[in-house]
Ligand binder design. Structure first.
Ligand code: LMR
Length: 309
């Protein structure tokens, strides 16, 4: 997808650095051979390596997919200990060898907390440059609304994922709209079923990662990759006017969310910078859900720190 321009646009040449662990070196070389064989016009170079320093050298965008994946029956906390130590090591390599303005997207779980660990151990990378993926959940929410209303997914916008990329996340449709031939209409009004929106819709989006693992015996792949491209593309090239997206970013205290967490907010992006959408009305139902996912992130943060000691 990156080599085809899905991440940085159809005119942006790319050099792809790929890092894997030593036992996967041969498979990694196989991926390199495939990339060569695909003859992508935009692909100007490939570095396939098991050396973290070589992988991080001068990168402008780091997509952190490496981690121990969750398998069926495992809780996200089970993968915490292993993944935080991976993120600590990779943070140091990025800090020393990546481009000073490197943008980082953490995908591997627990994504928000891995991103926080990365931020702590790469203090010279600006905190605005360290993000985690909740665009997958955002896209899942758009998909569920589109299925419910029989409208095209590209006509639905401005859902919000608040909080953690976990089952405590809060998918919020209170500000979401659908483009219709009579203009923008509110999702709540069109769905006309608050009970569904406040229960089944929320749990379906929250549990979608687990549902995919149960069905595939593997975690999401295509949709995760595609939403990672969406995340970076909008961050670098900007969000369309009047549209926001969800990104896990370092909290500045907006909406009463404690600073010091990587929390998913609605953001707009312009000239390579994201900004949290301000001034949205938050009702009591939303407030409770936003606080409870923040509480889980506070607990994850202290668990992660205890794993590091
Ligand atoms: C997903 O949302 O598909 C992944 O994060 C899977 C997981 O481990 O929850």
């Amino acid at each position: 997808m990156i080599a085809k321009g899905a991440m940085l646009g159809p005119d942006q040449p790319v050099i792809i650095h790929m890092l894997d662990i030593e036992p996967a070196a041969e498979a990694l070389n196989g991926v390199k051979m495939e990339l060569i064989d695909a003859a992508f016009p935009l692909l100007k170079g490939i570095v396939a390596t098991t050396d973290v320093v070589e992988a991080c050298k001068d990168v402008d965008i780091a997509i952190m997919v490496g981690g121990i994946p969750r398998k069926e029956g495992m809780e996200r906390k089970d993968v915490m200990a292993k993944n935080v130590s991976i993120y600590k090591a990779q943070a140091s390599a990025l800090e020393e060898h990546a481009s000073p303005d490197c943008k980082v997207l953490v995908i591997a779980n627990p994504a928000n907390t891995n991103a926080l660990i990365l931020k702590e151990f790469a203090p010279s990378i600006p905190e605005k440059n360290i993000t985690c993926l909740t665009r997958l959940d955002h896209n899942r929410a758009l998909g569920q609304i589109s299925e419910k209303l029989y409208v095209h997914v590209s006509d639905v916008k401005n859902v919000i994922i608040w909080g953690n990329h976990s089952s405590s996340q809060y998918p919020d449709v209170n500000h979401a709209t659908v483009s219709t031939c009579n203009g923008q209409k509110s999702v709540r009004e069109l769905v006309g079923d608050d009970k569904w929106l406040d229960t089944e819709f929320i749990t379906t989006v929250q549990q979608r990662g687990s549902a995919i693992i149960k069905a595939r015996k593997l975690s999401s792949a295509l949709s995760a990759a595609s939403s990672a491209c969406d995340h970076i593309r909008d961050w670098v090239l900007g969000t369309p006017k009047g549209t926001w997206v969800s990104m896990g970013v370092y909290s500045d205290g907006s909406y009463g969310i404690p600073p010091g967490l990587i929390y998913s907010f609605p953001v707009t992006c312009e000239k390579g910078e994201w900004s949290i959408v301000q001034g949205l009305k938050i009702n009591e139902f939303s407030r409770g859900k936003m606080d409870s996912t923040a509480k889980e992130l506070i607990e994850e943060k202290s668990l992660a720190y205890s794993c590091l000691n």
